[in-house]
Design a binder for this molecule. Structure first.
Ligand code: UT7
Length: 322
């Protein structure tokens, strides 16, 4: 059996952490550290400097993942970037990243857009390429400069997000790696979380910023995360007791607590970065996974559940042996 197994992880966060109080002061927000921490669990986030791009954040994350896997850039034969904040309309961020990494072997490189579920989609696509036998070494990346699409006058969204990148190397292996994935989308809920602007003649047309019905997204997230996690666990022929670690999308500590409770997992079995990173959209799961691995908590041979949810409305989960 040709499995796809994660052999290396890496991540990168720009600059120093920006505390809730510093953000509130910088943008004159009618908010408080107490409100943000109580409602979301977020204490700080990293914000990219002007001119920094998603591919610029992805580069060091990928270099670290490749070093951890013991692979050279030219051994990568598939490059997928999940991002909501691409460098350009085109070429893709993945194509730009391929050049930055110095990969000259002509491997396919493309972006995936499923907002905060983007890494789940990218990982699942890469897994299928590898299991089909056509590709052997994929670099799967989540990278965002989400701060670029925030309305800094809208306290209900701008305090929630941050910038960063995470990457994994996914390789063909005789040993089990990814055991099952599940992906879903329901476009009829596109209105509860969107950035509905367009570009025309070099100018944004309509509203280019993130707009969210927070309560609707919260309810939807809690519901679909439980469903998609259960689907992936069942598809792998396992049960909740087999999960060693939950690496969830880091949007809100209350959503993570609810998901962990439904899975019967104590919070001590969840990798949490939401306090320090905020919601980094497609980057949040690989960033948290890298932190779990590098801190020594996630060990080789353990069973890990990834799960993500985001605009679309999209969701995805993956169950894997690390
Ligand atoms: O990646 C997926 C994307 N997003 C998510 O997963 C987010 C899901 N939703 C959430 O996390 C929560 O709904 C929020 C954190 C966004 C909001 O928390 P909430 O407990 O649902 O608050 P709410 O929207 O019901 O707002 C309660 C109050 C409102 O004031 P009134 O109408 O009660 O006077 C808001 O205007 O809190 C107010 N509020 C704030 N107050 C201080 C909203 N944002 C802020 C703020 N600081 N930053």
């Amino acid at each position: 059996m040709n499995y796809a197994r994660i052999t290396g992880t890496g991540s990168y966060l720009p600059g120093a952490p920006v505390s809730n109080d510093a953000l509130i002061a910088a943008y004159g927000l009618d908010s408080s550290d107490t409100w943000i921490v109580e409602r979301t669990g977020i204490k700080a986030r990293h914000l990219a400097a002007a001119g920094t791009t998603s591919s610029g954040l992805a580069l060091p994350a990928c270099q670290r993942a490749l070093a951890a896997a013991g692979r050279r850039p030219d051994e990568v034969d598939l490059l997928i970037v999940a991002t909501t904040t691409p460098d350009y309309i085109f070429p893709s961020t993945a194509a730009l990243l391929q050049a930055k990494l110095g990969i000259k072997n002509g491997c396919p490189a493309f972006d995936v857009q499923a907002v905060c579920s983007g890494f789940m989609y990218a990982l699942s696509i890469a897994e299928k390429f590898i299991r089909s036998g056509t590709h052997k070494c994929a670099l799967v990346v989540g990278a965002e400069v989400f701060s670029r699409i925030l309305d800094w006058r809208d306290r209900s969204t701008c305090v929630l997000f941050g910038d960063g990148a995470g990457a994994v190397v996914l390789e063909a292996s005789a040993e089990p790696g990814i055991l099952a994935t599940a992906l879903h989308a329901d476009g009829s809920y596109s209105n509860i979380l969107s950035a509905p602007g367009q570009m025309s003649g070099g100018q944004p047309i309509g509203d280019p910023f993130v707009r969210m019905d927070g309560q609707a997204v919260f309810k939807m997230a809690v519901k679909v995360l439980a469903e998609v996690a259960a689907e992936a666990i069942a598809a792998a022929g396992l049960s909740n007791e087999n999960i060693d670690w939950l690496v969830p999308h880091q949007a809100n500590i209350r959503i993570i607590q609810s998901t962990a409770k439904k899975l019967g997992l104590p919070m001590s079995r969840c990798i949490l970065t939401v306090a320090d990173h905020g919601n980094t959209s497609a980057a949040s799961i690989p960033l948290a996974f890298d932190e779990g691995v590098r801190s020594g908590r996630i060990q080789a041979g353990q069973t890990v559940l990834f799960e993500g949810v985001g605009g679309g409305f999209t969701c995805g989960a993956a169950l894997l042996k690390f």
